[in-house]
Structures are given as C-alpha cells and as structure tokens.
Design a binder for this molecule. Sequence first.
Ligand code: ATP
Ligand code: MG
Length: 456
Amino acid sequence: MITETIRKFVGRLFAPAPKGPLRITRDKHGIDRRNVSRHAIKVCEVLRQHGYEAYIVGGAVRDLIVGLEPKDFDVATNATPEQIRPLFRRARIIGRRFQLVHVVFGQEIIETSTFRAPASEDQETDEHGRILRDNVFGSQEEDAKRRDFTMNALYYDPHNEEVIDYHDGVADLKKRQIRIIGDPVKRYREDPVRMLRAVRFAAKLNGAIDPATRQPIQTMADLIENVPASRLFDEMLKLLTCGHAMDCLRQLRADGLHKGLLPLLDVVLEQPGGEHFVELALERTDARVRAGKTISPSFLFAALLWQQVDVRWKQLRAQGEHTIPALSSAADSVLDEQTEKLAIQRRFSSDMREIWFMQPRFERRMGKTIYRMIEQPRFRAACDFLQLRAAAGEFDSVLAQWWMDLANADDVTRADMIEEIARQPRDAGDAPSSSPARRRRRPRRSGPRSSSPSGD
Ligand code: ATP
Ligand code: MG
C-alpha cells in the first residue's frame, strides 16, 4: 500500500508536465497596444467584465507581430452568440449553421466568434473529405487546433498583453515559416483552400512554406476544383490584393494550383505580351495596396482578362465584324469561359464590360462623345485602364495622358480641353480608325511585344 503510494508520488514527480500553451509576454512578441483596434479591445473588455474569456485572434495578431497593419480584427471568446449579442448596442448574429456576432462601431465591424472544436470523425464531408459544416463549439485549445497555420492560431489578450500560443506560431512567424497545424494531407482534404492560403501567406510575409506543409500540395492541387466558385473568387481576390500578387501567381503556377482558378491565366502568362500586361496590372495593384489605397476588383479582373478579349476582338474584326459588336462578343466569350470556375459576380462583370467597352471610344476625340463618356460611371476606371494599355505599348501614351488629364480636370478646364481639340485640324488630332494618322499614333505590333513602351 505504502509502496504503491510512493510509486505514484515518484511517478508524478518525473512525469512530463502537461504541456500548456506558451504565454508570450509583450517584450517577446512586441505588439504595441496602440496599434490594436480600440474597438476590438473594447469587445474583449466588455466580455471579460461579464466573466467570459476573450482574445484578439487570427490574422490581426499575426500581422501585428510582424509589424504589418491588420486589415481587420477578429475576436474569439468562450461566450456563445446568444450571450455575446445583448452585451453590445449594435451587434447582430450572422450565419445560419455556424453563428457568429458582428459587433458594429461606425465603419468598423469586429467579428466575434465562439471557440470552435476541430473536425471530428463524424463530421459531414463531401466525397473528397471536404468539410461541409464546422459548427461545434469547443475550448480555446480546440479552437487553436482547427485553425489553419500555426501563425494564425495566436490569441492576444489585451488585458495582460500576452499572446497565447498552442502551436509555436510565434517562433514560426519570426522565422517567416508557414506551417500547417496537424497532418497536411488531412487538413488540405478538409479544406483545399488552405493550399491557396499557404501560398498567399508565404508571399505576403516574404517567407517560405515549411517542407512538410508544402510537400503534398502538388499532388492535391486538383482538389481545388471541388471548392464552390464563390469561395474561390473570394480567395482569389485576397490573393490578388495581398500586395504581392505576382509572387503569388508565380507560386500558384509552380505548384499547379492555378488551374482551377482562372482557366486562361496560364495562357495569358505564357504569352510574352500577355505576361507584360498582367505584370504591369499587378505591379500597379501591389503598389496601391502597399500604399494603403483601395483596389477595384472589376478593374483588376478587367486587366487580367484583357489580353484574351483583345486577341478575340482582333480576330473577329479581321473576320469583318464591326468594332463594337466584335468587342461585345469577345467580352462575352471570355467572361463565359472564365466565370464558370471563378464566380465573378455579375456586378463585377458588368463593370468589367463597361471598362472594356470604353476603350475603342478613347481612340477618337470628338466633343459630343467626350461629354457623354465623362458622364459614364466607369469613365475614371476606364481612363486608368487606358494608362495600363499605354504602359504596355498598346496605346499612344500622349493621348492616354490627355484623357487622364481630362479625368482629373475640373469642369472649366475640361471644357477648354475639349474646345481645343475641336479647333485642331483633323489629321493632327484624331481620325477614323483606318487612317494612317491613327496608325502612326497607335502602333500595333504583330509579333510578341518584347520592348517596353517609351514614355511611361
Ligand atoms: P487575412 O484577413 O489577412 O487574409 P486571416 O488569417 O485573418 O488573413 P481570415 O480569412 O480573415 O484570414 O481568417 C481569420 C482566421 O480564421 C485565420 O487567421 C485562421 O485562424 C482562421 N481560418 C481562416 N480560414 C481558415 C481555413 N480555411 N481553415 C482553418 N482556419 C481558417
Ligand atoms: Mg482576417
């Protein structure tokens, strides 16, 4: 009896201590509380005052640790949506299956969700193992386990300024290493979008995907095809607007992940001219994102698909179709082909059409038409698009600049500019598309565009 007690005691002395999460203090993680959304802090404080645990979690913690400005702030708590909602003046429960709460402060929404448990064996999946529902509440530890990458499973407690880390995420983050939580094959099967996310975070953080996390991607890439189109569109948009779009696309291609995304992107990137155009578009987008400016998805997709539209447009015109109907059918066929996989929503595709359809109209400058063009809601975007074409050597850069100046001018200056055009002799200014003057102004190269344009 006594020996048994002693044995137990000694056993307990030498047993490994139960491994709790790391608790990383401010001096180690380096998050400056002043960079944390005060609304997110408020949500955590209120929940805490009511006896719940609440932490800032996910992308915001990751970005704060590496000194990037978070896009938005999410909170995770052990309170249920029904318990969260009454604590805030403007809060609504959203989602049907897995509910979470949007706490609204003016322009800012703090997405507040209850700790979730990871996928269990009896979870509903599709025939490829993709999880269809993810709706069981759990503990914080379980919540950490069902997150995708170690660096995305960090919980920042604004009260004591500690970061709670179950999977060595802070260490990975400092090494810029993207490491999936759990078995990569299982996690990608549950949700193939995680493969795209791995690529995006690697590009965004200028890091690398850990070898074990990376290894199954090539062979599992096809699973992307089972992901609903709307979800792919959202992910693709995040990818293109993460500030490192070109790196992401190159990596997606290297890993065979691009196939299900934009079916023609591969072709586009392989054409020397196409690659140049797409690269220019993405460089500009990246520069805007890094400068904290907004991005228009329609503009971006219009640019990505333009080469395809342009090629078909030219073919149709060569077959004798008129300019505008030819452009219209070219746009239709490209959009049909592309949107099958990637649900480019109707509002985007109609804006894309408007941007494209304005392009031939920039070729002629005639008073009446110019005024009508200015009134179009997409005039500004179409002018920006024209700059891109000029930079790619598709359009005369001086003329493109004239349109940009017009877009930027006030009404009086605009009237002057348009009047000035009217006074110019026809062949010094603009002429019908078949005239030599136009050809001089807007050189078209038949072979691959290798040289970059002058003037931009
Ligand atoms: P960003 O908002 O900068 O794109 P993020 O990491 O915040 O990056 P969100 O899509 O906002 O990405 O997701 C918030 C958090 O939810 C992630 O940090 C991660 O913990 C978890 N998460 C998101 N998507 C998945 C997924 N597919 N599988 C598992 N966990 C995920
Ligand atoms: Mg986020």
